[in-house]
Design a protein around this ligand. Structure first.
Ligand SMILES: *Cc1c(COP(=O)(O)O)cnc(C)c1O
Length: 304
């Protein structure tokens, strides 16, 4: 696949090959890096690209920069304009993944030697797997989720992903598709890059935002859709491990994952091991809204 033409770096569109940093900054930059993963959905009939929940992602990006105490010198409004300019410059006429990231550049690891955030945005074509067709087999990880006074999961930081990597590597090695992590209190937190919802007796149950999860925008969206559109009760509370085993349905949700049904947990089959009826309704609704096929919630879609 060809590279996109441009990358946005500290306020400017830069040709792909010129958007480099020095190799010696790599280690420290990776340690202190926060980011966002944003999807833009192509509506083929309207020939329009919609960025999904751009402002929600930008608000969380700003929050991640703030919580890690980096100095943000470019205002969020300019980052927003940068995202739209980049997607236009790269002539994205298909589903696109957009990744703004902020990092501290330093050759030595002091962590705080230069706290000014460097800002980069890249976009890449991202043809969607059709949401909801693939089911995944999950295990409960032997690794615990990072916790708020160690490595706050609320911050979308690349360092948190080492915890995810341990869990995913173990899951794959043992023949599963995905890991589910418990927090240090033994309650269900989330998957390595997605939040989790289960269905019990027609109600949706999901770990609360103090369970050691990233405050997922997709999770919020689905909660809102369940309450306002589908008239389904959603309960945010602690979830026990064994509730995963007796759930009628379970699914992952996140920008990357969208809505992905879970067929089994620790080899306990959920329902008939296929996508559940409620999960299917949520997945379809989400897709149609994201793409603007369903015109409701126009405030979630920014046309490029
Ligand atoms: C990005 C991410 C999610 C999903 O968040 P969205 O805002 O829905 O994209 C969930 N968990 C983790 C750990 C993540 O990094």
């Amino acid at each position: 696949m060809d590279n996109p033409q441009f990358v946005w770096v500290d306020g400017k569109l830069v040709a792909w090959n010129d958007a480099t940093i020095h190799i010696t900054t790599l280690g420290t930059a990776g340690v202190s890096l926060v980011y966002e993963g944003i999807r833009a959905y192509w509506n083929a009939d309207a020939r329009k690209l919609f960025v999904l929940q751009l402002d929600e992602h930008l608000a969380r990006f700003e929050q991640s920069i703030r919580l890690t105490r980096m100095r943000q010198t470019i205002p969020t409004a300019e980052i927003r304009a940068g995202i739209l300019a980049l997607v236009r410059a790269n002539q994205c006429a298909q589903d696109t993944y957009i990744r703004p990231f902020a990092f501290v550049e330093s050759t030595y690891y002091s962590g705080i030697s230069n706290d000014q955030a460097r800002l980069v945005i890249n976009s890449m074509p991202n043809p969607l797997p059709v949401s909801g067709v693939r089911v995944v087999h999950a295990c409960v990880s032997s690794w615990s989720r990072v916790t708020d006074n160690v490595m706050p999961p609320r911050v979308k930081a690349s360092s948190n992903y080492l915890n995810s990597r341990y869990a995913m590597e173990e899951a794959k090695r043992n023949g599963y598709d995905i890991a589910l992590l418990l927090n240090p209190s033994g309650k269900v937190a989330e998957a390595p890059g997605a939040c989790l919802m289960i269905v019990r007796d027609g109600k949706i149950i999901t770990p609360s935002v103090t369970s050691g999860i990233l405050e997922s925008i997709t999770r919020e969206t689905i909660i809102q859709l369940c309450r306002e559109v589908l008239q389904i009760q959603v309960i945010e509370r602690d979830v026990d491990r064994t509730e995963l085993y007796i759930a009628q349905e379970a699914f992952l949700c996140g920008t990357g994952t969208e809505v992905t049904p879970i067929a089994s947990v620790d080899r306990f089959t959920l329902g008939d091991g296929k996508i559940g009826a409620l999960t299917q309704r949520i997945a379809t609704l989400f897709q149609n809204l994201a793409r603007g096929i369903d015109p409701r919630y126009p405030e979630w879609r920014t046309a490029v």
